[in-house]
Ligand binder design. Structure first.
Ligand code: AHM
Ligand code: MG
Length: 341
């Protein structure tokens, strides 16, 4: 396809959403919600882009519920998303990686039917070294009759998501979105300040020769994971019969974006350091939205033992092992777990 340029033919996020609404796939409230999140992401993109000049690098000197040190940009991004979403009247509640419990909508504003969960700035360890970071978000319906959501109202499996997306702050800023009708990529036109549709219907190749995992954890993994990656590393001469390449950005958004673009498998498996917590990555605002985007692009997502989107959450910050990406490769990883169990 020819490259999309910023001509009158280009489709903005706003136009894309209006067209989805006309087709009856989203309503006006969900359209507003996505527009508001996208606008907040533009603000975060500007803060991230200023880097050291914005005085926003470094630690905030605080910790979150997960016991992780917060960066100034983690806190700022969280505030930007909270503020942007408080007054629109589209939400019954918000939850974030950076907040212990869900956040009610301030009393002065009207309420809506949606719940929004987000990781305001994922890949925090990359902020200070000028490597891509991103925002991840997931949208659910508030249960019937719920006006002010409590934590338990958020505990719905990923199949219940009505929209999911991420924004990656890299060499260019991109918003990747699904409302359940394919996964689409929008690139921020910085001059105009609007997201422009640049890939309609992303498709993850079914087969791959590229994997993404933090190899330094190898000795802490479970037996099936040891065997799976051992076979990948064995290359052409091994049971998988092909040479694999490896990439690890350590920003899930950037790693998954690469996989949505050219295929691959992303994994953050159980290891003996995180086994007590259930895994490293969080289900509700990391694994689930990414899994919906990946499935909508023809890929697969699993815990190694169960389809990710069918996991019943037991808490806002529940953690899970993660395998996602090219369908046949995720199925291969799952097979290693099945053969072992
Ligand atoms: P964060 O939400 O605190 O930034 O942590 C999540 C990140 C993911 O983006 C990434 O895949 C992973 O942690 C990297 O972990 P590691 O540093 O163990 O390689
Ligand atoms: Mg995160």
């Amino acid at each position: 396809a020819p490259p999309m340029t910023n001509t009158s033919q280009s489709i903005s996020l706003t136009r894309y959403l209006i067209e989805e609404q006309r087709e009856g796939r989203i309503n006006a409230d969900l359209r507003l919600l996505i527009e508001v999140v996208a606008r907040a992401c533009k603000t975060i993109s500007i803060a991230v882009g200023k880097g050291a000049l914005g005085g926003v690098l470094g630690d905030a000197g605080t910790g979150n519920i997960q016991g992780e040190a917060q960066k100034k940009l983690d806190v700022l991004s969280n505030e930007i998303l909270l503020e942007a979403n408080a007054w629109g009247g589209h939400l019954a509640g918000l939850a974030s990686e950076e907040m212990d419990t869900s956040q009610p909508i301030p009393d002065v504003y009207p309420r809506g039917n949606y719940l929004l969960l987000f990781d305001p700035l994922d890949g925090s360890s990359n902020i200070d070294v000028n490597i891509s970071v991103g925002t991840i978000f997931s949208v659910l319906h508030a249960p019937d009759g719920v006006v002010q959501a409590k934590d338990e109202d958020f505990l719905q499996p990923g199949t219940a998501q009505v929209a999911a997306g991420y924004c990656t702050y890299g060499p260019s800023t991109m918003l990747v979105l699904t409302v359940g009708n394919g996964t689409h990529a929008f690139t921020l036109d910085r001059e105009i300040g609007s997201f422009v549709l640049t890939t309609r219907g992303m498709r993850i190749p079914e087969e791959t020769k590229e994997f993404a995992v933090n190899m330094s954890n190898q000795r802490f993994w479970e037996a099936p994971m040891q065997r799976y990656v051992g076979d990948l590393l064995a290359g052409k001469e091994g049971p998988r019969g092909k040479d694999f390449n490896m990439r690890w950005v350590a920003s899930m958004v950037a790693d998954v974006h690469r996989i949505l673009t050219r295929g691959g498998i992303f994994s953050y498996p159980l290891d003996s350091k995180c086994v007590a917590k259930g895994g490293k990555l969080r289900l509700m605002y990391e694994a689930n939205p990414m899994s919906l985007l990946v499935e909508q692009a023809g890929g697969a997502a699993s815990t190694g033992r169960q389809r990710m989107l069918e996991v019943q959450p037991d808490g806002l910050h529940m953690r899970v092992p993660v395998f996602m990406g090219s369908k046949s490769e995720v199925e291969a990883a799952v097979r290693y777990h099945q053969e072992h169990d």
